[in-house]
Design a protein around this ligand. Structure first.
Ligand SMILES: [Zn+2]
Length: 79
């Protein structure tokens, strides 16, 4: 008999009950994703379904040195 199930990497930990905003939550043992609120006794699930594609491409941040050089160049300074 297996006493402890393997960790579920897709199980998220809610900070508040979505119904009464209580922070007294315990994992519900019936399913892999359910949580029980000890104040309102509701049982609910929090599931991660994935991530949508971003609307715009994320451009890498410019380094501090490059930003300074770009700023100086814009203002007419020669390097
Ligand atoms: Zn609650």
């Amino acid at each position: 008999m297996k006493l402890r199930r393997s960790p579920n990497p897709n199980r998220n930990h809610p900070l508040h009950c979505p119904y009464c905003a209580s922070t007294v939550l315990l994992p519900e043992i019936d399913t892999e994703f359910a949580w029980e609120c000890l104040e309102c006794t509701r049982v609910f699930e929090v599931k991660y379904h994935g991530q949508n594609e971003a609307d715009a491409l994320i451009t890498p941040a410019v380094s501090t040195t490059s930003a300074l050089q770009n700023s100086l160049r814009k203002r007419g300074h020669t390097l």
